[in-house]
Write a protein that binds this ligand. Structure first.
Ligand SMILES: C[S@@+](CC[C@H](N)C(=O)[O-])C[C@H]1O[C@@H](n2cnc3c(N)ncnc32)[C@H](O)[C@@H]1O
Length: 211
């Protein structure tokens, strides 16, 4: 992966952080917003044939849906997260139904088949080319497209330069983004999706679209 942001992703989402998150997941389960996303997905499609989880982290969505899903693809730009998601899937006994792909989803997308459900949980905010990421990922969804991403509010836009300064000072090329909600929503609807669920929790919005 030669994009600057992807190099930053490997630095930020490293083995130490991945192990801490896996420990937290084992103790407490998925985060509140992930629970909200899973609830809305399972209400809309109880047994998806196939799932594409982009930037799945330690794999909370995959672990929750594995029993009900035939085939899973996990694409992650962080090799540490991908390895731990696989380790946990092995422990839970379902790793053989998952294809693990390391890299930038935007680069890998042309090689992937469409699936029933596509999820991006707190991923859009980690990538500079929102249009490229959202368009390419919606194009892979046959039934549902589910996202958790930051609300487009002034106080988050105000905090972003502080986060950027901290990362710059630490010589980390990773950046955080607050993308326009109107632009994200328009890209998804352009490909024939309707909003089925939307809730907010703190800085996050959980949105599920159905075709
Ligand atoms: C904040 S973490 C979220 C992890 C998990 N989804 C969760 O909510 O706990 C962002 C994840 O997105 C991945 N990511 C960001 N941009 C990506 C891209 N363009 N292609 C693949 N993975 C990406 C990162 O490697 C990381 O695993």
């Amino acid at each position: 992966m030669n994009c600057c942001q992807c190099q930053g992703i490997e630095q930020v989402f490293d083995d130490k952080r991945a192990r801490e998150e896996l420990e937290e997941y084992r103790k407490k389960g998925v985060k509140r917003t992930t629970r909200m996303l899973l609830g809305a997905v399972e209400t809309a499609v109880s047994h998806p044939n196939s799932l594409l989880d982009i930037g799945g982290g330690v794999g909370g969505i995959q672990h929750a849906l594995a029993d009900k899903t035939e085939r899973i693809v996990n694409v992650d730009a962080s090799s540490a997260y991908l390895a731990l998601a696989q380790e946990e899937a092995r422990r839970l006994g379902y790793a053989d139904k998952v294809a693990y792909r390391h890299g930038n989803f935007v680069d890998i997308a042309p090689e992937l088949e469409p699936v029933d459900v596509v999820t991006l949980d707190r991923v859009i905010c980690c990538y500079h080319d929102m249009e490229g990421l959202v368009s390419a990922s919606v194009a892979k969804a046959k039934r549902l497209y589910a996202v958790v991403y930051p609300r487009d509010v002034w106080w988050l836009r105000l905090l972003r330069p502080l986060a950027t300064f901290g990362l710059w000072a630490a010589r980390n090329p990773f950046r955080i983004f607050v993308h326009s909600q109107t632009a994200v929503d328009a890209l998804i609807r352009q490909q024939g999706f309707q909003q089925r669920y939307r809730e907010t929790a703190g800085m996050w919005q959980v949105v599920v679209y159905q075709k």
